[in-house]
Each structure stands twice: as structure tokens, then as C-alpha cells.
Design a protein around this ligand. Structure first.
Ligand SMILES: Cc1cc2nc3c(=O)[nH]c(=O)nc-3n(C[C@H](O)[C@H](O)[C@H](O)COP(=O)(O)OP(=O)(O)OC[C@H]3O[C@@H](n4cnc5c(N)ncnc54)[C@H](O)[C@@H]3O)c2cc1C
Length: 217
């Protein structure tokens, strides 16, 4: 599979050596993140909303209520921008100016279209559920007709896309390396805590393996 080509809209200008248009890099960031921030113009002002999302093949998918303003807007093919951010660490420099963060991020420019066919929409909802916890779809009740009717699934093809990745040490001014100030990085690790049973769960239902393994991974 070929990598993506930078366009006028996706060309990173500042610290461009951190930019990536590599398909594997972009897809691995998208697959590692549960939340995307979706920007669109609502009326005469920009709005950015956080949303769950999933990548399937060469597209990302959002889902939501048929009555949500965002879906009314993007279902009509309005331009949108989807950004995903993974915060990997704090970068503590010798000067205040050079403090930074380590991260992996992806920005997709484009527009969405509604997934009208029920089976495709169901496939996306399954992928989204499985992304949250692999094995969950088989364990739960599938959406019924009423729930499917109330849900819009929107497809955004991954075509105009960029990634930016920062890792490693702070980058200080040469003169500052002699200062007696601690500098370095502190990684941010994501992990799941022990599952807590729903207050209304009957006591004889055990935590299933697909939930237990979230905490172990
Ligand atoms: C967690 C985090 C914190 C950050 N904090 C700061 C900060 O405090 N100050 C700051 O100036 N910058 C910060 N950045 C970097 C910021 O996202 C931009 O990369 C930066 O502002 C430079 O933009 P530009 O002028 O080169 O790009 P622009 O000209 O604004 O953007 C051109 C195109 O480059 C691509 N692009 C730009 N940035 C990214 C990105 N991060 N990921 C993927 N594609 C991108 C997009 O396709 C965009 O449309 C942060 C990034 C992350 C992930």
C-alpha cells in the first residue's frame, strides 16, 4: 500500500521533520486512540467535539444520534477536520520556553457521508464495540431496529491526512545545557483499572475474560 501524499492542507510547516505521511504510522495511531476531535462549522462559528471513532480499512467512522447537530451538518457533506491525539509524555527542558510534550497525532481533512445500508452500518458498530473491548460484541445484545434507526453512521475516507510524532529528550538552547537544572521526560502510561460491577448487576455474573484482559494488557 502506498503512503499518503502531502497536500497544501496537510503539509506540516513547523518542525516538519516530525511530520509523517506513512500509512502504517497513521493507521497505528488511529487504531491506538479511542477518541477523535471533530471540527466543523456550525452556522457561522467553528465547533470541535470529542467523539468515539473506529478505523475500518481506509476510512474512519463516527456514529451518533440522528438528531445530533453535528451529524446533521456532516451528513450533508460539509467540510470537516478529524484530529486524534495520543499524549505520550511530558518533556521538561532547562528553560521554560523549550518545555514540550511527546505525542502522536493525526489530522484528517475531508467530508463525511452517511452509511445508509443497514449491514454496513452494523459492521461499523461491531468494529467500534470490538475496538473498545475485543470480544464484547459476541457477549452483548445487538442493536435492535429502533436503535439502528436512531443511529447515524458516518464514513470519512482517509485521503488527505497527516501525522506528527514527537519523542525523546527536550531540545534546549546550546548554552543552557551547562545549567544545573534537571531536564528529561516523564512518560504518560495509559492503563485500565480493575473492573467495577454495575450496582444493578446480579452477584452471580462473573467478570468475563474479555473484560479481565483489558486490565492485564
Ligand atoms: C499534544 C500536542 C500539543 C501541542 N502543543 C503545541 C503548542 O503548545 N504550541 C504549538 O505551536 N504547537 C503545539 N503542537 C503542535 C501543533 O499541533 C502544530 O503541529 C503546530 O502548531 C505547527 O503547526 P504548523 O503551523 O506547522 O501547521 P499548520 O500550518 O497549522 O497545519 C498544516 C497542516 O499540517 C498538519 N498538521 C499540523 N500539526 C499537526 C499535528 N500535530 N498532527 C497531525 N497533523 C498536523 C495538518 O494537516 C494541518 O492542516 C502540539 C501538538 C500536540 C499533538
Amino acid at each position: 500500500m502506498t503512503d499518503f501524499q502531502p497536500t497544501d492542507r496537510t503539509r506540516v510547516r513547523r518542525v516538519a521533520n516530525r511530520a509523517s505521511y506513512d500509512r502504517d504510522t497513521i493507521y497505528s495511531i488511529l487504531d491506538d486512540a479511542l477518541v477523535a476531535h471533530v471540527a466543523f462549522i456550525a452556522g457561522d462559528a467553528p465547533v470541535v467535539l470529542p467523539m468515539a471513532f473506529v478505523r475500518v480499512g481506509d476510512a474512519v467512522y463516527l456514529h451518533g444520534s440522528t438528531r445530533a447537530r453535528m451529524f446533521e451538518t456532516i451528513a450533508g457533506g460539509a467540510p470537516i477536520c478529524v484530529t486524534v491525539t495520543l499524549l505520550d509524555g511530558l518533556v521538561l527542558a532547562r528553560s521554560a520556553f523549550h518545555h514540550s510534550v511527546n505525542y502522536r497525532s493525526v489530522t484528517i481533512h475531508g467530508s463525511g457521508s452517511v452509511v445508509a445500508e443497514r449491514d454496513r452500518a452494523l459492521t461499523v458498530l461491531r468494529a467500534l464495540t470490538e475496538k473498545i473491548a475485543s470480544g464484547r460484541w459476541e457477549a452483548v445484545r445487538e442493536p435492535n431496529e429502533q436503535e439502528m434507526k436512531a443511529t447515524l453512521v458516518v464514513e470519512i475516507p482517509i485521503v488527505e491526512v497527516s501525522a506528527k510524532v514527537r519523542s525523546g529528550d527536550p531540545i534546549d538552547d546550546e548554552d543552557d545545557y551547562a545549567l544545573p537544572i534537571w531536564a528529561g521526560s516523564v512518560a504518560i502510561e495509559r492503563r485500565y483499572a480493575e473492573p467495577v460491577a454495575d450496582a444493578r448487576l446480579p452477584g452471580d455474573i462473573e467478570v468475563p475474560e474479555h473484560v479481565r484482559k483489558l486490565t492485564r494488557r
